[in-house]
Design a protein around this ligand. Structure first.
Ligand SMILES: NC(=O)C[C@H](N)C(=O)O
Length: 367
């Protein structure tokens, strides 16, 4: 339990020591944090409100807080309205402001925050600065809310700590963006990860769990110019048929890759010929079939059961412990610029610390 080494770790006395305040770029995309109720009593994003609140509230101006600029997107989005193009736009925004800021905060709705954080982790190639994605369950406009401290914590960490990763900050913890999932639509502890410990946690002091953090890079940041929209999910369930598979990934759907949410360690109905034939013909057409799991913990290993072997024999590639959000965004990133064969290989390669085969399953004790 040590502060991250080789970094300016601000202590209360350091704040008062004329330490130059770092400068953070806050990209405000929308989400509950800046919402107010409309005439129907439903929460909607409210332009200008986040900036107004950060100007008004003393927490954002305490000694030791980084300085920050807010860029507000137009329109502000409930994150349920986000698409892969929005992920790309945020990544390109970070790229064009990269040299002018010490760190970046993306303010975002919680509903699809895990997807955006994961997508950014892949899109920001050779990232060497901290990018924190955050939001809240309760808007700043409510008397009791989690938005203030989620935002204060994110700006603080993005400014003072150089962590070459995309993190997702929620409830005093920063998770690796491509490992986090929304676990609760109610709790203020809305996010968790089944595999590795948080990268940062804020208790009485700020702790950076340096053994989890990816290495720095000397290469320049790059961001691809396109992302694939032709990646989908297929949730497996008892009774699934070949016709159901065809409806999702059959010829004519234009689908290039599918994340199959299979059972347990990646198993499927090995005696269901119509189902297997539908998958097999998709594979023959070059559709990448990624086999993930409906469970939160454990590794996909298609060699454990005959029912897993069946998924491998129709061309499926196992997702190890990658979350569904990670699988979908990784494939959206890969399919834009790679052939199916390349994408299969890269899918089963650790690109941004998104899984560690054999290690992640040892976290099963967290259950
Ligand atoms: N807490 C939230 O931010 C939920 C909201 N529907 C959103 O994702 O934008």
């Amino acid at each position: 339990f040590r502060p991250y080494p080789n970094l300016p770790v601000p202590t209360p006395s350091a704040y008062l020591n004329d330490a130059p305040a770092p400068h953070v770029h806050v990209i405000y995309t929308g989400g509950t944090i800046g919402m107010k109720k409309d005439e129907n009593g439903e929460y909607v994003p409210c332009p200008g409100y986040l900036e107004e609140m950060t100007e008004e509230l003393m927490f954002f101006h305490e000694p030791g807080m980084p300085t920050f600029d807010i860029t507000e997107y137009d329109p502000l989005l409930d994150s349920s309205n986000m698409t892969p193009d929005n992920w790309l736009m945020i990544a390109q925004d970070i790229e064009s402001n990269y040299d002018d800021y010490d760190g970046f905060v993306v303010v975002h709705g919680t509903d699809t925050m895990a997807y955006t954080a994961s997508a950014l982790s892949f899109l920001l190639e050779n990232l060497n600065k901290t990018v924190v994605v955050t939001g809240s369950q309760i808007p700043l406009s409510e008397m009791y809310n989690d938005g203030v401290f989620n935002l204060v914590g994110s700006i603080y960490v993005a400014g003072w700590y150089q962590i070459p990763e995309v993190g997702l900050w929620f409830n005093s913890k920063m998770y690796r963006g491509n490992r986090a999932q929304k676990y609760s639509a109610w709790s203020l502890e809305a996010f968790d990860t089944a595999t590795i410990d948080p990268l940062v946690s804020w208790g009485e002091t700020v702790m950076v769990w340096d053994h989890n953090i990816l290495p720095y890079t000397n290469n320049a940041l790059t961001v691809p110019t396109s992302i694939s929209h032709d990646v989908t999910f297929m949730h497996m369930y008892p009774g699934i048929t070949g016709a159901h598979v065809e409806a999702i990934i059959g010829e004519g759907t234009g689908i290039k890759a599918v994340v199959v949410l299979a059972y347990g360690t990646g198993n499927g109905p090995s005696d269901n010929t119509s189902f297997l034939n539908a998958l097999s013909s998709a594979n023959d057409r070059g559709v990448v079939i990624a086999i993930a799991t409906q469970t939160h913990q454990g590794n996909v290993d298609l060699g454990t059961y005959e029912t897993g072997g069946a998924m491998a024999r129709v061309g499926g590639v196992g997702a190890f412990s990658m979350t569904p959000e990670c699988c979908l965004t990784k494939l959206a990133y890969l399919m834009a610029n790679h052939t199916s064969e390349e994408a299969k290989t890269l899918f089963q390669t650790v690109l941004r610390g998104e899984y560690y085969a054999n290690i992640d399953s040892t976290h099963a004790w967290r259950a």
